[in-house]
Design a protein around this ligand. Structure first.
Ligand code: HEC
Ligand code: HEC
Length: 370
């Protein structure tokens, strides 16, 4: 059994139960409300315990009622994640673009899909994706299950029904689905298992998490001093909120706004979501133009290049751009202002960000069923 499954059987966090909300009868507002998202991701019927790593133990994972976590689903999801039989070409798995050793991203600015067409946006890390209600750089997917179905079809060219039938021909998969769902492979089962596995991917127990947090320790080494630069001097915590180091919200920090045709980010999604019959008088919020999700900074040093367009090649380059106050444009978030640091403070800040990564290790790949 993998270390993740062993982690699952330990005592730990109990997931919060959420109240089921009725579907609203009024046309949906342009910006999805907290209630609408809560309604789509309704409560888990039974509590289940899963130990998040040190530094993240109190963070609530987002788990929909229809797909409570279980050790069997996570183990099955791990197999599916690394299995190229899930793709149209049989050459591509989730791992192709989300490599554990590259911080669950792939090191490319833009990744080619199954048909060699290039993604418009950079592949993000999967660290902490289980904390997000809205997935993708613009938040267009409500919940991991919806996002993973989209990725499976869009990135890997999958015909889900056909692939479920193919997996039904593999004895090992028939057994694994029977253990996880008491049913044969189905598209929904595949998606639910993948989502369960992705919910267990975290960058915790890092050098920073293990550092004593008393004043003397914080002052006596670069990581500790860098944490103070991060939160108090440069105030990066205005958006990169600990312990995930993301507020899971969308901000314009100007990345790509100097392009000939800037990616409108969140605003483009909100306009598309409004469809042909937008709510009368409703405009997309000005702040959504060129806004993208605040990425988690846990594990950030592991997955260059950076930003939604992947244009910053190194962590230092990305940090310098943020310290400079982003890229000037009309919708720039007022929380991002230029910050003057001494050369020592800048190096301490980089040391702190590097200390947000788990210890480097090769991820033990599962043995795929025959
Ligand atoms: C060809 C490359 C590729 C493959 C294969 C791929 N992805 Fe992705 N993934 C991406 C890109 C690119 C994005 C960001 C797209 C965007 O935001 O518009 C993404 C986004 C995600 C996200 C959202 C993370 C966030 O912070 O919002 C998750 C989760 C994810 N992928 C999981 C998966 C899973 C599970 C699979 C296998 C079913 C998979 N991906 C296959 C390229 C890929
Ligand atoms: C106004 C909110 C905000 C503030 C303040 C802020 N950031 Fe960010 N940060 C973001 C957003 C949003 C992105 C993604 C932008 C994009 O890709 O278009 C980002 C991206 C990053 C990235 C790239 C991560 C990746 O995975 O691509 C790094 C590194 C980063 N920020 C560091 C910092 C540092 C260091 C500070 C403090 C000097 C800071 N940020 C301040 C919102 C903010």
């Amino acid at each position: 059994m993998s270390r993740i499954v062993w982690g699952l059987v330990l005592l730990g966090l109990t997931f919060a139960l959420f109240e089921a909300a009725r579907r609203p009868s009024a046309p949906p507002p342009l910006e999805p409300t907290a209630e609408a998202i809560e309604g789509a991701l309704t409560p888990a019927p039974e509590a289940f315990t899963f130990t998040l790593p040190a530094g993240l133990t109190d963070q609530p994972l987002v788990v929909p009622a229809a797909n409570p976590l279980s050790a069997e689903k996570v183990a099955l999801g791990e197999l599916l994640f690394f299995d190229a039989r899930l793709s149209a070409t049989k050459q591509m798995s989730c791992e192709t673009c989300h490599l554990p050793e590259r911080g669950w991203a792939d090191g490319l600015a833009q990744s080619p899909k199954f048909d060699d067409s290039l993604n418009a946006r950079h592949t993000p890390s999967l660290y902490g994706a289980g904390f997000l209600r809205e997935l993708y750089w613009d938040g267009r997917a409500q919940g991991l299950e919806a996002q993973i179905l989209a990725a499976w079809e869009g990135q890997m060219g999958a015909d889900p029904g056909r692939i479920a039938q193919e997996l039904d021909q593999v004895a090992g998969y028939r057994d694994a689905f029977s253990e996880a769902f008491d049913a044969p492979p189905t598209p929904a089962g595949i998606v639910d298992a993948l989502a369960s596995f992705v919910r267990t991917i975290h960058a915790g127990d890092t050098t920073w998490d293990r550092l004593p947090k008393d004043a003397a320790s914080l002052d006596s080494n670069a990581v500790g001093r860098g944490s103070v630069v991060f939160s108090e001097v440069a105030q990066c915590t205005l958006c990169h909120l600990p312990p995930v180091y993301s507020d899971t919200l969308f901000h314009n920090v100007g990345i790509g706004m100097d392009a000939d045709v800037p990616d409108q980010g969140r605003a483009a999604y909100l306009r598309a979501a409004a469809g042909d019959d937008p709510t009368p008088g409703a405009e997309v919020p000005a702040a959504s133009v060129g806004a993208f999700k605040t990425p988690t900074l846990r594990g950030v040093a592991d997955h260059p290049p950076y930003f939604h367009d992947g244009h910053a090649e190194t962590l230092a380059e990305a940090v310098d751009l943020m310290l400079a106050g982003g890229t000037a444009n009309d919708a720039l978030d007022e929380k991002l202002v230029p910050r003057q640091l001494t050369p020592e403070q800048r190096l301490d800040l980089l040391a702190f960000l590097e200390a947000l990564s788990p210890d480097a290790a090769t991820y033990p790949r599962p043995v795929l069923p025959e």
